[in-house]
Design a protein around this ligand. Structure first.
Ligand code: NAD
Ligand code: DAU
Length: 372
């Protein structure tokens, strides 16, 4: 049985990871720490919060509180997702990325070192897993080989630079202090609870509402997409079998240009609306409800500054060492994702109208000292 601190799990991937763990390992205890920024939504954890899984609304920069939680809850494992994660926001406002991604990771490492390695009741069997991104490796040309764990770091945005810094801090805590750390660098995730500022959920919701689909530049940039549950599976493997001090790349070996992915989603929605009067009545502004094709909404807009051209992940190491294999093909995963958004309008309506902040504010109002 593990006692885990999972940071940032009111966000997209962390919430899916906690759901995965609750199903696979119901005996584990989980304490989620999340600052409930705009990207943190307590509803992402609906149905999984109970006596074995609690949510503490707090900032990882509160080192004292992190130490108290580690001590009082006897936490032996940290899975660190908490971060500012949207590249566009890092371009317009990098400060929050430095604060959360660099200072926040440092604060967590400091707390873990104090409680796990310095205090009298040192926790020998500890594990700090850091969740990072493929963006730290920079950008690839069309014919370049995919990123391996040996690819030199060359981050290009304030987001990826802040993640790269946090990766180096984690590495240094292993090298210098012997902390048991692992890091995973993953490609683009998609699936349920994905905040609709990111490409796939933005496109799904804009199509339903008949809004334009903004394509940055010429739409030829390439990303490697992975269903979020397969990322959870990869992290789980690293936690259980990964070698301490190592980094593992996680990806889907599933490269798409942005324009192709947007056209695919358009055609899937066109098909679903055909012969489905319920959908047409529910979403009258969707082009498919008016006998038009959804790709009529595609609009080319100014490119993202410094836009990385291509990411691709070489998953050889995690496959060979840990037996990792993505389980959900893109064909299945994108349909599942579409199903989820169509079946959970209450989730995204609350995000779009801002009312999801009520539950965040209520969680923040709870006295965090109760949790410790
Ligand atoms: P997200 O933005 O959906 O969620 C981030 C969560 O972290 C939010 O709940 C937010 O409230 C919380 N948070 C932010 N600052 C915090 C702080 N100072 N203290 C406590 N909580 C804080 O992000 P995501 O897409 O779920 O990404 C999770 C992690 O995975 C990030 O570290 C990101 O860099 C990494 N990652 C994401 C992807 C992807 O495709 N989304 C791919 C690879 C790696
Ligand atoms: O590669 C992993 C990374 O993937 C993670 O580390 C990040 O946290 C995550 O946000 C994601 O970054 P991207 O920048 O690749 O994701 P995003 O969904 O913002 O954009 C995907 C691609 O689509 C990118 O090339 C930019 C483009 N795009 C995005 C948006 C939001 C558009 O063309 N139009 C848009 O409106």
């Amino acid at each position: 049985m593990r006692n885990m601190l999972v940071t940032g799990a009111a966000g997209f991937i962390g919430a899916n990871f906690v759901r995965y763990c609750r199903e696979q390992y119901p005996q584990d205890n989980i304490v989620v720490v999340d600052a409930l920024t705009y990207a943190g939504n307590p509803h992402n954890l609906d149905g999984v919060i109970n006596e074995h899984c609690t949510l503490v609304a707090a900032d990882i920069n509160d080192t004292e509180l992190m130490m108290t939680l580690l001590r009082e809850k006897k936490l032996d494992t940290i899975v660190h997702f908490a971060a500012e994660s949207h590249v566009d926001r890092s371009i317009t406002g990098p400060d929050a990325f430095i604060e959360a991604n660099i200072m926040g990771t440092y604060s967590l490492l400091k707390a873990a070192r104090q409680v796990w390695q310095i205090e009298e009741q040192a926790v020998e069997n500890h594990h700090f897993h850091h969740v990072s991104t493929d963006e730290v490796y920079g950008t690839l040309g069309s014919d370049d080989p995919a990123f391996t764990e040996e690819t030199p770091y060359a981050p290009n945005s304030p987001y990826s630079a802040s993640k790269a810094s946090s990766d180096f801090l984690v590495r240094s805590y292993h090298h210098t202090y012997g902390m048991n750390v692992t890091t995973s660098n993953c490609s683009n995730n998609y699936g349920p609870y994905h905040f609709p500022e990111k490409l796939i959920p933005l496109v799904i919701l804009n199509i339903l509402h008949g809004k334009s689909l903004p394509i940055y530049g010429d739409g030829k940039n390439i990303r490697d997409w992975l269903y979020v549950e397969d990322h959870a599976q990869g992290i789980d493997l690293v936690l259980r079998e990964g070698r301490v001090g190592e980094t593992y790349n996680v990806g889907g070996c599933n490269e798409w240009t942005n324009i192709d992915i947007v056209k695919l989603i358009c055609s899937l929605i066109d098909k679903r609306f055909t012969g489905n009067a319920d959908l047409r009545n529910t979403y009258p502004a969707c082009p498919a409800s008016q006998g038009e094709e959804c790709d009529s909404l595609i609009t080319y807009v100014t490119d993202r500054a410094g836009h990385d051209f291509r990411y691709a992940i070489d998953t050889d190491k995690i496959r060979k060492e840990l037996g990792y294999e993505p389980k959900v093909t893109f064909e299945v995963g994108i349909e599942k994702t579409l199903d989820w958004y169509l079946e959970n309008p209450q989730w995204w309506q609350a995000v779009l109208d801002g009312s999801y902040r009520d539950s965040a504010d209520a969680a923040k109002d709870k006295d965090v000292s109760d949790a410790a």
